[in-house]
Structure formats: structure tokens, C-alpha cells
Design a protein around this ligand. Sequence first.
Ligand code: OAD
Length: 231
Amino acid sequence: MNIVVLTGAGISAESGLKTFRDNGGLWEGHRMEDVATPEAFAANPELVQNFYNLRRQQLRSDEVKCNAAHIALAEFEAQHKGRFTLITQNVDDLHQRAGSNNLLAMHGELRKVRCLNCDAVMPYDEAITPQSQCTQCLQLDCLRPHIVWFGEMPLYMDVIERVLQSCELFVSIGTSSVVYPAAGFQQLAQHRGAHTVELNLAPSETASRFDEAIYGNASTLVPEYFSGLLD
Ligand code: OAD
């Protein structure tokens, strides 16, 4: 069976990382438009860099660990005989730490940076400062977080469209389904004949479109649901 899974911030909520929309509309104390747009970066690069520097640093804290849901997906992928694609909207690295392989981080990755001068993308675990240097073109003060901001094109869209076309089971986990194009993946898969399932704490914006929905904490639901698929 060809399975596509889409994850959002809810899968990492029990790993010590706050979701985007469960905190009064603020993300770690900031309005999204002040930190997650190209316009915000142009207007106040220091504020935006500091914001992502802190998020990057937070990933290294002892409190942030992958949880049973991340691990269940990685274990399922290792045992599943058919095709398995994990698409995540998350910019943390918890799926990678759990061992997921066929992973598309469509909104970018906090532990990578992009050079505004030569476009190179490179792993990066430090704070970006004006002294930071691109390891490819050696220019100073030219790095930005490798994050897809509002108004920018998500990554891997060609691959994602292809896997959704032949998808037989689509499972959406821990996303409020308000941000497109990800919020539209369920419909694309469903039109192609896939069975679609929502696993979330509470019904998402598009909950009524799914063929099946189960509500609760990801760390409980995801291991249960995917172990049932292996039976
Ligand atoms: P949201 O914060 O919008 O939604 C999180 C979802 O997770 C909600 O539907 C919650 O009900 C659910 N949730 C919370 N705790 C949970 C738990 N323990 N188990 C299961 N579900 C839980 O996050 P996303 O939908 O991921 O984009 O947000 C989508 C995009 O908006 C993000 O990728 C980000 C943001 O702007 C960019 O940064 C480009």
C-alpha cells in the first residue's frame, strides 16, 4: 500500500515544542507576520534572526526529545512493505532524530541555513550573526534561516504532488489544516481514491472532509493507529 503521512506542530507538542495556534495566536510571544514573512526579515532582520536563533537553540535543549509518535512513524516506515512518504510542515528535527528516512520537510529546517548570495543550503547549528560566513561562497552576513516564510513557495512540491497522485492511504497528524498548500493535500489524495484519516487533538479546520477521524494525543494515537496497520 502506498501511504502518505502529513504532520504538523501537534506531533511535537508533547516533545516540549509549542504549536503555532494553540497559544492565543502568538508563536513564542510573536505574531507570525512579525517573524515569518520576507517583509518582516527585510524590515527587521535582527529580530527575525534572533527569533530563529532561539528556536534553533531550543532544539538542542535536554527537554526537547522525539516522542512515541515520531518513533512509531519511523518504526512503521522500517517495517512497511509498500511505499511510505512522510511530509512534515514542522521545521524541528524530531522526525529525523526518530529515524524517519523518506521525509520531505516542506517548510524548511531550523538546523539548516540558506545563503542569500549563492543560494547554497547548509547544515547550521549556531546562531546566525552578521559575522556568520557562507561555507560555499565565503561571503559574510548573507545567511538566513532555511525556513519557508508566508508568501514563499514550499519545498518539494513536485515530489509531493506525484506521491499524492498514487496515494492509497493519507494520514494527517497534528495539524490545524489552515495553511495551504498542505491543508489541501487531503483533498488531492481523496480525489485520487485514497482513504483519508485525521489523527489530531481536536477537529481541524478541514475535519469534515476526512473519511475517518480519531481524536486524542499524538503520542497515544499514532502508535496505536500504525501498529494496527501492520497487523
Ligand atoms: P498549528 O499550531 O496550527 O496546529 C497544531 C494542531 O495540533 C492543532 O490542530 C492542535 O489541535 C493539534 N495538537 C496540539 N497538541 C496535540 C497533541 N498532543 N497531539 C495531537 N495533536 C495536537 O500547527 P500546524 O498546523 O503545523 O508554517 O501549522 C501549519 C503551519 O503554520 C506551520 O508549518 C507554520 C505555521 O505558520 C511555517 O512556518 C511556514
